[in-house]
Ligand binder design. Structure first.
Ligand code: NAD
Ligand code: AHE
Ligand code: ZN
Ligand code: ZN
Length: 372
């Protein structure tokens, strides 16, 4: 197979709009797969990396990590996928063989993580280029391109029945939020939950909390426009921290007879992470950090908060093992166990992708989905 040309949104440098252009893409090498991306969501993490805040951000790069597509070619030695298969690219691979995969304790496969974090394929090179200049991959996915090359172990094969323009959201946001509730926190019936930040991730936490039969779901955001969807999905209370003259953790502790059983930070703000921990109930409350904070940022609290029984945790991709568990989550969607339409507030072509970033920054979208 020869080099192909494909259309992509290139991030040439941090803080600049993406540039839509034709780029060169090398064929898939050993253990790699060529995927035609059909649709991709735009996640806040794409904006975070584009902003220059990501310690692993490298440029020029093709961003995007919330996509779905169809296999167009496979490289040497690929056995688990064939042309025509429908797939979701995974930023958390699953090799099944590394210490992490075998541990049974984590979804954080490390097989390709080191090169992935440098924007490279596992052999240390890139498949994308323009006029001979290499263009970096992103999170092992690069879904802001009509075609991308991904390691075989970074692809979940899903049902051909699933609408790719919707289930692309399972490539990050919705799986992350729902999974953090089920796999990381393990919320139980009757538990009280606080969700900080009502974007795609926070709203998916609400869906997960409803599925877990949480007794009370307190949704927190400084943008009250988010409250309507939060309530529609099952939030029992909506709170705007800027409406109070005391810290939001004190407000929530007062509302809940001593604090919540579980809280989730879905923003990436280290001050809010502290509030999310400190609104947890003494003795047992657990706070799960999902939001991604800027390079160099650090969390803090009085150690006494932990001494007295509160627990701080984190969650990546909702603790979900992509190859073995994501196909089942797609089946749950097809069975009507949860919905995705509410998340998709905007759809557009690749040419308008910068508008998707504007809508996110203006607080006007939950998810924009790019249709190729
Ligand atoms: P988003 O921009 O759609 O939503 C963020 C929400 O937070 C918005 O509604 C905003 O109004 C609200 N917010 C901002 N500042 C606030 C404050 N001080 N108090 C209360 N609310 C505030 O973002 P998203 O796509 O939902 O992503 C959320 C975070 O999760 C980001 O940091 C993203 O990078 C991260 N993320 C992490 C994972 C993971 O696996 N850990 C996966 C996906 C996304
Ligand atoms: N590159 C950043 C960290 C970024 C980060 O934490 N990413 C989340 C997924 S965000 C998806 O929208 C994650 O899963 N991290 C685990 C991992 O292995 O990257 C930095 O700080 O360097
Ligand atoms: Zn994401
Ligand atoms: Zn592994």
């Amino acid at each position: 197979m020869d080099m192909i040309k494909t259309r992509a949104a290139v991030a040439w440098e941090a803080g600049k709009p993406l540039s839509i252009e034709e780029v060169d893409l090398m064929p898939p090498q050993k253990g790699e797969v060529l995927v035609r991306i059909v649709a991709t969501g735009v996640c806040h993490t794409d904006a975070y990396t584009l902003s220059g805040d990501d310690a692993e951000g490298v440029f020029p790069a093709i961003l995007g990590h919330e996509g779905a597509g169809i296999v167009e070619a496979v490289g040497e030695g690929v056995t688990s996928l064939q042309v025509g298969d429908h797939v979701i690219p995974l930023y958390t691979a699953e090799c099944g063989e590394c210490k992490f995969c075998k541990s049974g304790k984590t979804n954080l496969c490390q097989a390709v993580r080191a090169t992935q974090g440098k924007g490279l394929m596992p052999d240390g090179t890139t498949r994308f280029s323009k006029n001979g200049q290499p263009i970096y991959h992103y999170m092992g996915c690069s879904t802001f391109a009509e075609h991308t090359v991904v390691p075989e172990i970074s692809l979940a094969k899903i049902s051909k029945e699933a609408p790719l323009e919707k289930v692309c959201l399972l490539g990050c946001g919705v799986t992350t939020g729902m999974g953090a509730v089920k796999n990381t926190a393990k919320v139980q019936p009757g538990d009280t939950v606080a969700v900080f930040g009502l974007g795609g991730i926070g709203l998916a936490v609400i869906i997960g909390a409803v599925q877990a039969k949480a007794g009370r779901i307190i949704a927190i955001d400084i943008n009250e426009d988010k409250f309507e969807i939060a309530k529609k999905l099952g939030a029992t209370d909506c709170v705007n921290p800027s409406k109070f003259d005391k810290p939001i953790q004190d407000v929530i502790v007062d509302m809940t007879d001593g604090g919540v059983d579980f809280s989730f930070e879905c923003i990436g703000n280290v001050k809010v992470m502290r509030s999310a921990l400190e609104c947890c109930h003494k003795g047992w409350g657990e706070s799960v950090i999902i939001g991604v904070a800027p390079a160099g940022a650090e969390i803090s609290t009085r150690p006494f908060q932990l001494v007295t029984g509160r627990v701080w945790k984190g969650s990546a991709f909702g603790g979900v093992k992509g190859r073995s568990q994501l196909p089942g989550i797609v089946e749950q969607y097809l069975n009507g166990e949860f919905e995705l339409d509410t998340f998709i507030t905007h759809t557009m072509g690749l040419d308008d992708i910068n508008h998707a970033f504007d809508l996110m920054h203006e607080g006007k979208s939950i998810r924009s989905v790019i249709l190729y």
